[in-house]
Design a protein around this ligand. Structure first.
Ligand SMILES: NC(=O)c1ccc[n+]([C@@H]2O[C@H](COP(=O)([O-])OP(=O)(O)OC[C@H]3O[C@@H](n4cnc5c(N)ncnc54)[C@H](OP(=O)(O)O)[C@@H]3O)[C@@H](O)[C@H]2O)c1
Length: 236
């Protein structure tokens, strides 16, 4: 039985991934800030879906949540760094507090989880799955800071792979637009209007969950280092 931590499990890709992994018999640690949503998901899934309320930007909270999980269930086999958010806006006139939040959650949040979990993951010869994006590989207008945070995840993933090739598998999952509440974080009403239909016509979160499971269940002796998945807009 494998122990899997999913950050950002209260919504979208994280919640879909939790459903798919739980059905396959994994023990899950569900991390996010929305305790009510995590409790509802845990009730839906069962006793091996453990609620770990946590803001990933709070290192002490991450440490306490993960240590509590390890004490009760043993070492972490897979850490899915999925918590993240993006605010669409231009760089000129963008909101500095939104830039800081994207860096805090998308980069520092991932680093906080890695810092706490790596010793456990190395003991278990485990697996880190980082949620990148097409924005890890390309830049788009009106999402410069988001793209910068997702580019950073590629650097973190590649560094882990180089430093710990024999004790850790590392996968980056890079989706194009996915139909989740993600786009509704955008506070600029013109930007929201401009992008919301594009995201609504994107991938379904279950499609990303399937790719995460595919990477986790890759045959022993192989590592799926990166998956890029885009909506097939020709099929719409
Ligand atoms: N949707 C897309 O088009 C798309 C495309 C490529 C990549 N991605 C990436 O996929 C990941 C999941 O996004 P999604 O589309 O599933 O969006 P979502 O439905 O908005 O889910 C985001 C999750 O992140 C959690 N989160 C946000 N801030 C947090 C914090 N400070 N501490 C802990 N958890 C936090 C949220 O939980 P709480 O609010 O309860 O804390 C929520 O569970 C993100 O990393 C995103 O960048 C999304």
């Amino acid at each position: 039985m494998k122990n899997i931590i999913i950050t950002g499990a209260s919504s979208g890709i994280g919640a879909s991934t939790a459903r798919l992994l739980y059905a396959k018999g994994y023990t899950l640690g569900l991390m996010a800030r929305s305790v009510d949503k995590l409790e509802a998901l845990s009730q839906e899934l069962g006793a091996n879906a453990i609620v770990l309320p946590c803001d990933v930007t709070d290192y002490a909270a991450v440490k306490s949540g993960l240590e509590q999980f390890i004490a009760a269930h043993g070492d972490i086999d897979v850490l899915i760094n999925n918590a993240g958010l993006g605010y669409f806006d231009s760089l000129v006139g963008g909101k500095i507090e939104e830039w800081h939040t994207m860096v805090d959650v998308n980069v520092k949040g991932v680093l906080n989880c890695l810092h706490v979990a790596l010793p456990s993951l190395i003991r278990s010869t485990g697996h880190v799955v980082n949620l990148g994006s097409l924005a890890s590989h390309q830049v788009f207008p009106n999402s410069g800071v988001y793209c910068a945070t997702k580019h950073a995840l590629i650097a973190i993933s590649n560094s882990l792979r180089l430093e710990i090739p024999d004790k850790l598998r590392v996968t980056t999952i890079s989706p194009g637009s996915v139909d989740t509440p993600f786009i509704h974080s955008t506070s600029n009403p013109q930007m929201l209007e401009q992008y919301k239909d594009y995201f609504a016509a994107g991938l379904r979160p279950e499609m990303i969950a399937e790719q995460i499971v595919h990477a986790i269940e890759a045959p022993a002796g192989s590592v799926i280092s990166e998956i890029i998945i885009r909506p097939n807009r020709a099929m719409k």
